[in-house]
Design a protein around this ligand. Structure first.
Ligand code: V4E
Length: 201
C-alpha cells in the first residue's frame, strides 16, 4: 500500500470540525532526534535519519517517483539497523549510534510530537502537536492509502476535495522538521533552501 498525504495548518475551529463525526483511533508521543553530517549530506539529498522512540529510521526518496512540485514526494523507509548501515555504507560493527558518530553524524534536531489519530471513512486524520521546548507548532495531515502509484493523483484530488469541504486552508505547509530548522537552525534551513529541498518560504 502507498500512503498519499497532505499537510494543512490548523485555524481556530478546524480541529473541532474535523473531529466531529470522526472516530478516535489513538494518541501517542513521538520522541524524534534527527542526525546528519555537518554539511547536511543527507538532508541535501532529501534523506532523513532519525531515532524515533529509540528506533532508528531512515527515509529516502522513492526511486523514480517525481515530486512534480507538490508535497506528494514518496519515500522509502528503512527501519532496521542493518539496512540503514548498508544504505549509508557505514564502517564498523559496533552499536549503530557509535558507528554513526564515528562517521560524522551528529544530532541536528530534537523535539516531541503528540499525535492524535482519527478515521473518517477512508481518510486518516493525524493532528500533530510538536513541542520544540520554547515554542509549539500544530499541523494536521490528511491521508489516504492506495494500492498502486497510478491511483495517487486521484487520491491527492480526493484529499483536496476533503480539505475544501472542511474549510482547510490551502497553503504550502512546512513539516515539523523543516519548521524546527526555520525557527532554531536557520543555517540548516538556508542550506536546504539552497539545495532546493525546502521549497516553502
Ligand atoms: C523533512 C522531511 C522529512 C522528515 C520528517 O518530516 P516531517 O513531516 O517533519 O515528519 P513526520 O513526523 O510527520 O514524519 P512521519 O511520522 O510522517 O514519518 S521526510 C521529507 N522531508 C522533506 C520535506 C520537504 N522537502 N519539504 C516539506 C515542506 N516537508 C518535508
Amino acid at each position: 500500500m502507498i500512503e498519499v498525504e497532505q499537510k494543512f495548518l490548523l485555524k481556530d475551529g478546524d480541529e473541532e470540525r474535523l473531529r466531529y463525526d470522526a472516530t478516535f483511533v489513538s494518541e501517542y508521543v513521538m520522541d524524534d532526534t534527527y542526525y546528519d553530517t555537518a554539511d547536511c549530506s543527507l538532508g541535501r539529498q532529501d534523506q532523513w535519519l532519525r531515532l524515533r522512540n529509540s528506533r532508528w529510521e531512515l527515509k529516502v526518496p522513492l526511486h523514480g517517483h517525481s515530486n512534480a512540485g507538490t508535497a506528494m514526494q514518496q519515500y522509502d523507509e528503512f527501519e532496521d539497523d542493518n539496512s540503514i548501515r548498508k544504505f549509508l555504507k557505514l564502517l564498523g560493527s559496533g552499536m549503530l549510534a557509535d558507528d554513526l558518530a564515528r562517521a560524522g553524524y551528529a544530532m541536528i534536531a530534537h523535539y516531541l510530537t503528540t499525535r492524535r489519530k482519527f478515521k473518517r471513512g477512508e481518510f486518516t486524520i493525524d493532528f500533530d502537536f510538536a513541542d520544540y521546548g520554547d515554542s509549539t507548532y500544530e499541523i494536521v495531515e490528511v491521508e489516504l492509502m492506495v494500492h498502486d502509484r497510478s491511483e495517487m493523483d486521484a487520491a491527492a484530488a480526493r484529499i483536496q476535495e476533503f480539505a475544501l469541504e472542511y474549510g482547510l486552508t490551502m497553503v504550502p505547509v512546512r513539516g515539523k522538521l523543516i519548521e524546527y530548522f526555520k525557527r532554531k537552525r536557520p543555517e540548516i534551513y538556508q542550506t536546504l533552501k539552497t539545495a532546493g529541498i525546502v521549497k516553502v518560504v
